[in-house]
Design a protein around this ligand. Structure first.
Ligand SMILES: O=C(O)[C@@H](CO)OP(=O)(O)O
Length: 309
């Protein structure tokens, strides 16, 4: 799958999930035995989740319904240069800024109670720019919990002002997968040097790490654990949550939400700044596709195909 092709499609795996022909045309890179790993990882997260949710259920209503919006950051300066970025902290391009604004318009009618972002500027810019479009005009405020002083010095003393704001919680665990010695290298040149197949394995396989970097599996260990421990409890308490993060940290979270196998996740591609909506209800995640715009009827926009699931 070429990069140009893969980034054209929005959430291409999911939109073709039911198509047998597209399934069979995919070339799994991993041996079937390796795919057993995902089952144990999923069991691990599921049992953590069960423990977590049972704690919450004691204090929150079980019948709450909440929206979860996942959004990959807009185009960054290194996306535009086709460089491996990983944990290098680069900002959005002008196009990325426009993409984030456009994403904000698409979700502007969905009330958002709390935002989680990675600690990287491209995800934070995306969340902030998207929120500027929101119909409620609440102010997104980054919570600085890195030290007691930072926490204390950024306090707000008006309940009314707090009501008019949305907390933004940065977490390094949601950062892009660490790309190791590929960070800063050109993707095309790297493919020419090491071979397309090798570079595709580094970029999309589940458990093959790039040199000195994180595999998707390693990225999932921190990103999914953070999601289960910190984000799911908010949803279980009925809070609508937006998560602004990265191609691979979000792929690992979607793998968990959609129960994808390590073969299936190879074909999962996320476009920059396309919001994906899930509804969390009765302890389950229901995929609602990508909201098409603020004019869609009802609070939760959804695609017809996904609505029947
Ligand atoms: O360079 C990166 O950090 C990521 C996302 O842009 O690249 P890839 O498409 O290989 O996941």
């Amino acid at each position: 799958m070429s990069t140009a092709m893969s980034y054209q499609s929005i959430y291409s795996f999911v939109s073709h999930q039911s198509s047998t022909s597209s399934q069979s045309s995919r070339q799994p890179l991993l041996l079937p035995t390796k795919c057993l790993k995902i089952d144990s990882s999923l069991c691990y997260y599921t049992s953590r989740r069960k423990r977590n949710l049972s704690k919450i259920e004691a204090t929150a209503s079980q019948n709450n319904e909440a929206a979860l919006i996942l959004i990959r950051h807009g185009e960054s300066l290194w996306n535009a240069k086709n460089l491996f970025t990983g944990c290098v902290d680069v900002p959005l391009t002008e196009k990325g800024i426009e993409e984030a604004i456009e994403a904000g318009k698409r979700i502007s009618n969905i009330p958002i109670d709390v935002i989680f972002t990675s600690s990287l500027i491209r995800a934070q810019m995306t969340a902030m720019l998207a929120m500027i479009q929101h119909c409620r005009k609440k102010v997104p405020i980054i919570l600085h919990n890195e030290s007691d002083q930072a926490k204390s010095w950024s306090q707000v003393f008006s309940e009314e002002t707090k009501d008019q704001s949305v907390p933004v919680i940065p977490a390094w665990q949601l950062n892009e997968r660490m790309y190791g010695e590929l960070q800063g290298l050109n993707k095309q040149e790297t493919a020419e040097r090491y071979g397309k197949q090798q570079v595709h394995e580094w970029r999309r396989s589940y458990d093959i790490p790039p040199p000195e970097g994180e595999s998707l599996e390693m990225c999932a260990e921190r990103a999914v654990a953070y999601f289960v421990e910190n984000i799911e409890p908010k949803l279980a308490a009925g809070k609508n949550v937006m998560v602004a993060a990265h191609g691979n940290s979000l792929r690992s979270i979607i793998m968990y939400l959609d129960k994808l196998t390590c073969k299936e996740v190879i074909s999962l591609e996320l476009s920059t700044s396309i919001p994906l909506l899930y509804i969390f209800k009765d302890g389950k995640f229901m995929k609602r596709g990508s909201p098409v715009g603020p004019t869609e009827a009802g609070v939760y926009a959804y695609t017809k195909a996904e609505a029947g699931r």
